[in-house]
Design a binder for this molecule. Structure first.
Ligand code: IPM
Ligand code: MG
Length: 370
């Protein structure tokens, strides 16, 4: 292993700190049992940063993120900060770090673990064996488009507006990322848009089609309107391999896809920037679930999404695929052993706390290497 890997850990708010504590356990295990030395920095983001510094994204956090091999993030937001002015909201910290680090490609796998196939609200036969990847554009679209604002009109009524906007290079780079991934998976990409209504979507579809014809004709490409895609995701999700879509459609569809797997508490994500000359990408790893203020501090949150996000970090940023495989296998084993956090609880299983789940996962890791 060449040199120490620097990780910036940003627990954030709500259950963020609780689930990140379990990742720290896995990191310690890696250091002890796999001789992988990590240099761990901890930083502030979201509400935690607002309380300590007055803003949701301190410069120090951005500077540390720039130095790190990868960033691990818990979650941001909560009722405590909901009433703050727009620019000070905890969510601005998350959107800000994604934008500042140039993390345009958000990979959100939806994978159904065999032991959880019955935990989904959908029938087992619809979801068993599901393995899809949503590739969400993360630094453009209506999340960042200008103009945006709330104006007061002459008659005293108000107008709120945001702008959905995509440029050719933005579409090409996210579509390229999706095609590259599809080549390593099932060889299929479904591009999701609203090209029957939105001008930006018409451009999206044209550019995806052009890139496909020019460089990726070995990949099977289809297009789908987003309303249909949301319906198809619950009707027959296994028809998909890779889904590529814009920022807001991806936000919505990935929550839907997450639920196919039984719980939002199971889904990891990776957010990647462009490769530099050495092929290295800036990267941030976070669970798809949010800060869940309703259960924060109770020790009942599911740490597996964050632990699986760390596995993605090992795979995509640190060239440690073997260790990533170990974590994923330990997750399968811990679920097969019948342990469940509240969100995935089923009759006949043993309900455990956040930390007991973390400890059990580490024990499974031990078994795998002994
Ligand atoms: C997500 C979240 C964020 C988003 C929020 C918290 C800003 O929903 O990562 O999906 O909308 O991107
Ligand atoms: Mg979301």
């Amino acid at each position: 292993m060449a040199g120490k890997k620097t990780l910036l850990v940003l627990p954030g708010d709500g259950i963020g700190a609780e689930v990140m504590a379990e990742v720290r356990r896995v990191i310690e295990w890696m250091a002890k049992k796999r001789s992988v030395a990590f240099d761990i920095r901890e930083g502030l983001i979201g509400g935690a940063a607002i309380d300590a510094t007055g803003g949701p994204l301190p410069d120090k956090t951005l500077a540390d993120a720039d130095q790190a091999d990868a960033v691990l993030l818990g979650a941001v937001g909560g009722p405590k900060w909901e009433k703050l002015p727009y620019e000070k909201l905890p969510e601005r910290g998350l959107l800000g770090i994604r934008k500042e680090m140039g993390l345009f490609a958000n990979l959100r796998p939806a994978l159904v673990f065999e032991a959880l196939a019955d935990a989904s609200t959908l029938k087992r036969e619809v979801v068993a064996g599901l393995d899809i990847m949503i590739v969400r554009e993360l630094t453009g679209g209506i999340y960042f488009g200008q103009p945006r604002g709330v104006d007061t009109l002459p008659d005293g009524t108000r107008k709120g507006y945001d702008t959905e906007v995509y440029t050719t290079p933005e579409i090409q780079r996210i579509a390229g990322a999706a095609f590259d991934l599809a080549r390593k998976r099932g060889g299929k990409v479904c591009s999701v848009d609203k090209a029957n209504v939105l001008r930006s979507s018409i451009l999206w579809r044209e550019e995806v089609t052009k890139l496909h014809a020019a460089e990726y004709s070995d990949v099977q490409l289809s297009h789908m309107y987003v309303d249909n895609a949301s319906m198809q995701l619950v009707r027959n999700p296994k028809q998909f391999d890779v889904i590529v879509t814009g920022n807001m459609f991806g936000d919505i569809l990935s929550d839907c896809a997450a639920m196919l797997t039984g719980s939002l508490g199971m889904l990891p994500s990776a957010s990647l920037g462009a490769a530099d000359k050495k092929g290295r990408r800036k990267a941030l790893y976070e669970p798809v679930h949010g800060s869940a203020p309703d259960i924060a501090g109770k020790g009942i949150a599911n740490p597996l999404a964050t632990i699986l996000s760390f596995a993605m970090c090992l795979r995509y940023s640190l060239e440690m695929a073997t260790e990533a495989d170990l974590i994923e296998q330990a997750t399968r084993n811990v679920l097969a052993s019948g342990l469940r956090t509240a969100d995935i609880m089923q009759t006949g299983m043993a309900r455990v706390s956040t930390s007991v789940m973390g400890e059990a996962l580490v024990r499974e890791l031990d078994k795998l290497v002994s």
